[in-house]
Design a protein around this ligand. Structure first.
Ligand code: NDP
Length: 334
């Protein structure tokens, strides 16, 4: 099994030197175990947080151990009847091409014709669930709301925009970091307006896109985006604080947030959340997403990087914005 491990704790942007590759000889299965060959592994922003040795909602990665995280693969050997050879399984054993563990660590999922297994890491998995609960439960979206979402062409953001539209938003506005992504937002994902946050002032572009203000802000980015949203809220506006990727690799401390006084004067509600505390909504999400998906109401993109040896590049590329939709690594065993 080829595995990517955490070799050092980065300050600021991680580099190749913070990771190492180990090739591990797997022993025969013991009772209760299964062996899985991964098809895809997930690279996610939260993994950058876990590289730091700080107390958080999830423990830090351990130096010298394999990077954990979502992955999907097929069972190739099994000692357990309920997880037979050939099953498609989702698990959290992360950055390795082959994994052998107790069967309890794997969730068997159905194969869906014409849908890649990687969908279980994105549109049918954690990132879309984050969009669903963040918008509907945390921000308490209601029909007729005007919604602004940052990081809108990413895995979470592209789902937030589409769910808001399907649930009857009055207007959905998104921001992203390239003109190609901005075009995709209105042309493919059904956003009503979109802008490039790198080529113009965020607050000015938001004001133009939502002249009457916004009811809901889904924050994937933090920093200037959050300041702009606070400036644009109508009275009683709600924000779901999902992530602050703009702050993640800064070494000079977080940027200050402007327009905080509007939280008072406009009676705003800002609620932070982590998806792990909303797993009770997974069945409802799966049913709703399955219906939309089958009807062709939800579209999605993935950026697929080939080869476990390129997992670090995929991870860093995602943090830099090289992905559209979910970033995944396609693994293969020679
Ligand atoms: P994405 O697929 O959105 O990938 C990350 C994107 O962030 C990049 O493509 C890039 O797009 C954008 N980005 C990078 N740097 C900046 C910056 N300085 N300013 C603005 N945008 C930037 O990742 P996910 O969809 O997986 O995650 C999106 C957010 O949601 C993250 O903040 C993540 O931490 C959070 N999250 C939170 C969860 C929770 O439970 N609370 C669960 C899952 C994710 P661009 O080209 O547009 O810059």
């Amino acid at each position: 099994s080829t595995q990517i491990q955490l070799a050092a704790r980065p300050t600021g942007w991680p580099t190749d030197a913070d990771f190492s590759t180990a090739v591990v000889e797997l022993p025969g299965l013991t009772a209760g175990q299964v062996r899985v060959v991964n098809d895809f592994i997930s690279v996610d922003p939260y993994m950058r947080g876990r590289m730091n040795d700080v107390k958080s909602y999830i423990p830090p990665f351990v130096l010298g151990e394999t990077m954990g995280g979502g992955a999907v693969g097929h069972v190739v050997e099994s000692t357990v009847e309920s997880v037979p050879v050939g099953s498609l399984v989702v698990h959290q054993y992360g950055w390795r091409d082959v994994v052998q563990e107790d069967a309890a660590g794997f969730r068997v999922v159905p194969e869906i014709p014409n849908v890649p297994a990687s969908a279980y890491l994105g549109v049918l998995g954690m990132t879309a669930l984050t969009a669903y609960v963040g918008l509907l439960e945390v921000a308490k979206f209601k029909e007729g709301d005007t919604v602004f979402v940052s990081g809108a062409a990413g895995a979470v953001g592209s789902m937030v925009g589409q769910i808001a539209r399907l649930k009857g938003a009055a207007r959905v506005i998104g921001s992203a970091g390239t003109d190609e992504k901005v075009a995709l937002l209105t042309e493919k994902y059904g956003f009503d307006a979109a802008f490039n946050y790198k080529t113009g002032d965020i607050a000015a572009q938001l004001a133009e896109a939502a002249p009457e203000g916004i009811d809901v802000y889904f924050d994937n980015v933090g920093g200037d985006h959050l300041s702009a949203a606070l400036g644009a809220f109508k009275d009683g506006g709600r924000a779901a604080l999902c992530g602050a990727i703009s702050q993640m690799n800064r070494t000079d401390g977080p940027t200050g947030v402007q327009n905080m006084v509007n939280i008072v004067t406009r009676g705003l509600t800002l609620t932070g959340f982590t998806v792990g505390n909303y797993l009770q909504h997974f069945p409802a999400f799966t049913e709703q997403m399955g219906t939309w998906f089958a009807a062709g109401d939800i579209v999605f993109d993935e950026t697929v990087v080939d080869g476990i040896e390129n997992a670090v590049d995929a991870f860093l590329g995602m943090l830099r914005g090289e992905n559209t939709g979910k970033m995944v690594v396609k693994t293969s065993v020679a």
